[in-house]
Ligand binder design. Structure first.
Ligand code: F6P
Length: 551
């Protein structure tokens, strides 16, 4: 199927013209024009209320953006995805992570390729395993119950489990603690193992391919650490794996009974719903993990059925695309005001940037527009005392998502009201800013006059007009988290369909992996490296000699 460049769509041309008309308009004026703006630009589904009124849009903007989604055949691509077509065409794979959280009884996708028997079988095995561990029936080599769950993985086999386990810390079994090891240098591994007792530690080796250097290096070292204290025979009680590559897990020495399978139609960054979620399920329990899946399924149904102007993922994707392609915004910041979601921006970095960081269409044509925003962020409250200054008075347009609970998972005094007032104040300040007159007035009221007053004014002006979208929910539950994650997954998919790209491959990460294989032996060689550019040669030789001299 030939992919049409987004710039060739009629709605894109109309959006260009519309952008010229709206680009200089301040959101203050948009709010004055329409006192009911919140009413017109908020929508709610799956326990999430999305206020997108503080964006640089009018009704016409949403009409044109949703036309663009329709012209790009978003509905058709969605049905192709959930129908099991091989829409990841560069890897010739189906994209069926939605099947992992499909809750109704029956087949998915309907028809020949029903994947549900396999999915349900693995979910049943995960349930039995997590119940054994949580109940204390799963005993380590000295007969003690497990206390530490150590997930070894990287990318999608790490970020999802880290993010979801932290987000649902309030649901964690009281005897269990979760640890996550991903980094290649030995610091994370060493510092984690230092505090652990092998007799009560269970390692989950999570890797779709089971060939990833970081994961295998850490897994081998963890195994050595364990065997040196507990002996080889104890491995079966302390090492399990989540993988699609059963031949590699056996070669590593993990018994087939301890391998939780998933399939090549689950992308790495979409895998927390699969056996890769084993650490999450073990820590929070299978009932809660199934609630997480149900929340994902809620959002899938909403995404497939809601009209686009009420469709949370579609709107979120279109708004980001509006700023990326028409305003030229390069980055998008995600600001949870729920500390439980502190790792959500890191998780989204992979989801969004590995999916939509592409420069050619599905069929290999060069794009003449920008794709994937640079995603960054962190807990909003901390950000206020760090990077918000640049959002308020810097020179860059930075659209943001504020993620705000009505209540956090723990109620103490007035923490929630303090958190909420800050979150809402920031969206107001980013939208309104402070005009020259307002700045001057405030300074006069503080007693400043004359030259000092004039000198101070420019520093007190905040231009405002920074777009914010606010997602509000009552309290973070497993189900709500499932919906929130799926919201962003479908946001990314929506954008990829409009951009005409394959959101499910990641060829860009391969080159560096291959080059690292060449460099590794050169670091311990006795002769200088000469085959690279002078910078890389120079770095290899400088480090090799420095290590030889110091070590
Ligand atoms: O290098 C990128 C990547 O392939 C990701 O897409 C993936 O999530 C990660 O590496 C880990 O891969 P695996 O689960 O196969 O170890």
């Amino acid at each position: 199927m030939t992919t049409i460049l987004a710039t060739k769509r009629a709605a894109w041309t109309k959006l260009k013209a519309h952008y010229e008309k709206i680009k200089a308009t301040h959101m203050r004026d948009l709010f004055s024009e329409d006192p009911e703006r919140f009413e017109h630009f908020h929508t709610e589904a799956c326990g999430l209320m999305m206020d997108y009124s503080k964006n640089r849009i009018r009704s016409e903007t949403i009409a044109l953006l949703t036309d663009l989604a329709r012209e790009s055949d978003l509905a058709g691509w969605t049905e192709r995805m959930v129908g099991g077509e091989r829409i990841n065409n560069t890897e010739d794979r189906a994209v069926l992570h939605t099947a992992l959280r499909y809750r109704p009884a029956g087949a998915f996708p309907a028809g020949d390729a029903d994947v549900m028997p396999g999915v349900r079988d693995v979910l049943g095995r995960i349930r039995r395993f997590t119940e054994e561990v949580q109940s204390g029936n799963w005993r380590g080599y000295t007969g003690k119950p497990i206390e530490a769950i150590v997930n070894i993985g990287i990318g999608g086999s790490d970020l999802g489990p880290v993010m979801a386990s932290r987000a649902l810390g309030a649901y964690q079994h009281e005897r269990l603690s979760g640890y996550f090891i991903s980094n290649l240098d030995a610091t994370q591994l060493t510092e984690t193992l230092k505090g652990l007792d092998p007799a009560t530690t269970l390692f989950i080796i999570a890797s779709k391919t089971f060939t990833t250097q970081e994961t295998l290096t850490n897994a081998k070292s963890a195994r050595e650490w364990f065997v040196s204290q507990a002996g080889e025979d104890a491995v079966a009680k302390h090492f399990v794996a989540a993988s699609t590559a059963l031949e590699h897990t056996s070669a590593f020495g993990i018994s087939p009974a301890n391998v939780f399978e998933f399939w090549d139609w689950v992308g790495g960054r979409y895998s927390l719903w699969s056996a890769v979620g084993l650490s999450i399920a073990t820590l929070i329990g299978m009932d809660n993990f199934e609630e997480l899946l149900a929340g994902g399924n809620d959002m899938d149904e909403h995404f497939r059925s809601a009209p686009y102007d009420k469709n949370l993922p579609v709107l979120l994707g279109l708004l980001d695309l509006w700023y990326r392609d028409f305003f030229g915004a390069e980055s998008h910041v995600v600001l949870p005001y729920d500390y439980a979601l502190r790792s959500f921006p890191d998780y989204l970095q992979q989801l969004e940037m590995e999916s939509n960081g592409k420069r050619v269409t599905r069929d290999g044509k060069a794009l003449d527009y920008s794709t994937g925003s640079i995603i960054w962020g962190g807990p909003g409250n901390n950000g206020q005392h760090a990077f918000y200054q640049l959002m308020h008075q810097g020179t860059t347009l930075i659209p943001s998502d504020f993620i705000v609970p009505m209540r956090c998972q723990y109620a103490i005094r007035d923490h929630d009201e303090a958190m909420l007032s800050n979150a809402l104040a920031q969206t107001e300040a980013l939208m309104k800013g402070r005009s020259e007159n307002e700045a001057k007035q405030a300074l006069i009221e503080s007693g400043l006059t004359g030259e000092k007053l004039e000198a101070a004014v420019p520093h007190r002006i905040l231009p405002g007009n920074q777009p914010t979208t606010t997602l509000v929910y009552e309290r973070l539950t497993p189900r709500l988290l499932g919906s929130l994650i799926a919201l962003y997954e479908h946001k990314v998919f929506t954008q990829s369909v409009i951009w005409g790209i394959d959101a499910f491959d990641q060829w860009g990460v391969e080159l560096g992996k291959q080059m690292a294989k060449v460099i590794m032996p050169e670091l311990t060689a006795t002769i200088d490296a000469t085959t690279h550019d002078s910078s890389t040669n120079g770095l290899i030789n400088y480090i090799r000699k420095g290590r030889a001299a110091s070590g």
